[in-house]
Design a protein around this ligand. Structure first.
Ligand SMILES: [Zn+2]
Length: 342
């Protein structure tokens, strides 16, 4: 695995609708791998060698969950809304980066001190409405001079790290792991296959960017590369989330209890056959909640055979995740073999 690249993808800024930071890396890396690159009206990054009618579209979303400034008070403290399904519990007293016109401004998320909380307050979970961002400004004017404005997006300075021999940790692994896999596929991309770094997946049940890109491309088939919840740690049961780290990428059979994509049966069979033939480990999953970009593409126009391949990842939708290198590499390997057969 190219840890330097995975680290850059993880640490890049790209809260939904503000994907420029991650999009720059994707464009640059696609070009380095000899692909033609386009950016559409919605910020999706498209890369291909040559395409004709009904291409195979392989997509990974570039955007990440984060926050957005909603109100700045007289003392320069910022109240915020959540962008995407970020877990409130992971926000308390975190360091943050506020994206402004003047660049990234560091700050911290502040909350009431436990010493002055009433006993029942201490038991309850702190919700984001009781939290605020402190950028160290003396007042509103000083915050404005730093570049702080309503509408600024906020992300986290979580450092990318290797854990143990075979694991990685970082922010936005959902779905920078998918972005990494696209860049692996870019090295030997067959004709009439197009790789798409999509925008605004996290802010809709069904990804906005993927829908827009696919409407124009009219795919013959669609594959979403994303992450799924791992159920293999002490506070999860495998009956709640059956996927485990190191057991291979997961073929998602059903998303959002059927309201998202129900994987095309022929594509599922082809993917399983391909994995078995090439001795690549895989798992299967059904999502009761949650969906991928395939949810917004499978039922457009005359219908698009769609499937999602997801890398099991711990602690997603917080400020940090953990994934296994073998699963990421097996996901790339399986897709490389599979795309020649579709
Ligand atoms: Zn995702």
């Amino acid at each position: 695995m190219d840890f330097e690249l995975m680290g850059r993808l993880s640490e890049a800024d790209g809260v939904s609708s503000q994907e420029e930071g991650i999009a720059e890396i994707m464009k640059d890396e696609f070009r380095k791998r000899g692909l033609k690159v386009e950016v559409d009206n919605f910020g999706n990054v498209l890369a291909y060698k040559s395409i004709s009618k009904n291409p195979l579209v392989i997509a990974a979303h570039m955007d990440e969950i984060g926050l957005m400034a909603k109100h700045i008070d007289k003392k320069g403290f910022i109240r915020f809304i959540k962008i995407g399904g970020i877990d409130d519990r992971s926000l308390v007293n975190q360091q943050v980066l506020v994206k402004t016109r003047k660049g990234l401004v560091p700050g911290v998320i502040g909350s009431k001190a436990p010493h002055v909380m009433k006993p029942d307050e201490r038991k309850g979970l702190l919700e984001y409405g009781n939290l605020f961002i402190d950028v160290g400004a003396a007042d509103k004017k000083e915050a404005a001079a730093l570049g702080i404005e309503i509408g600024n997006t906020v992300t986290f300075p979580t450092k990318f790290m290797r854990l143990g021999k075979k694991m990685i940790s970082g922010k936005a692994l959902d779905d920078r792991i998918g972005c990494y896999v696209l860049l692996e596929l870019a090295r030997q991309l067959p004709k009439n296959t197009i790789l798409v770094g999509t925008t605004q997946e996290e802010v809709s049940t069904f990804g906005k960017g993927a829908k827009i890109a696919s409407y124009r491309l009219d795919p013959g088939a669609f594959i979403a590369v994303d992450v799924t919840i791992a159920g293999d740690h002490p506070e999860m049961k495998l009956e709640d989330a059956p996927n485990e780290l190191s057991k291979g990428p997961s073929i998602v059979l059903t998303e959002w209890a059927g309201r998202g994509n129900i994987a095309d049966a022929r594509l599922v069979q082809k993917t399983m056959e391909c994995a078995r033939k090439n001795r690549i480990k895989f798992q299967v999953d059904v999502f009761e909640g949650g969906a991928t970009d395939a949810a917004s593409v499978h039922n457009m126009k005359g219908g698009v055979p769609s499937i999602a391949l997801c890398v099991p990842t711990r602690y997603i939708h917080s400020t940090v995740g953990v994934a296994h290198i073998d699963d990421i590499e097996n996901c790339s390997k399986l897709l490389k073999k599979l795309i020649g057969t579709i």
